[in-house]
Write a protein of this length. Structure first.
Length: 124
């Protein structure tokens, strides 16, 4: 009679895209290692054996990645919105420059006088 050994306890994590890919996590306490095996369908296509200190680094990386996924995404910035804001900002800066600087008031005054003289010349 043949005895078939049962697989060691492990945990399966299925790929989010489909059920044909999976990762199996299996402890190997006799070796002091944790085995990660990558499966396609029912075929193991690769393994990685990790020491406990390496596992802690992997857990930290997974936690960091999960935290980034949990953060709300920044709203998308549309080019048209940027152009509109830049245009409004330029207009405000222009008004501030001409309203507050003595040179700006002088230019406006001279422009008004010039417009008045040109109007007078055109009339008559």
């Amino acid at each position: 009679m043949t005895v078939i050994a049962l697989p060691k306890p492990g945990r399966w994590v299925w790929d989010a895209r489909d059920r044909t890919r999976a990762l199996r996590v299996s402890p190997h306490p006799e070796q002091g290692l944790l085995n990660l095996s990558l499966w396609r369908d029912d075929v193991c296509v690769g393994t990685v054996k990790l020491r406990p200190d390496e596992v802690s680094g992997l857990v930290a990386a997974l936690s960091d990645g999960l935290a980034r996924l949990a953060a709300p995404p920044a709203p998308p910035v549309r080019a048209a919105d940027v152009v509109a804001l830049e245009t409004r900002l330029a207009a405000v800066e222009s008004r501030l420059a001409t309203d507050r600087l003595p040179v700006g008031r002088l230019v406006r005054s001279l422009a008004g006088q010039a417009q008045h003289r040109i109007s007078g010349l055109l009339r008559g």
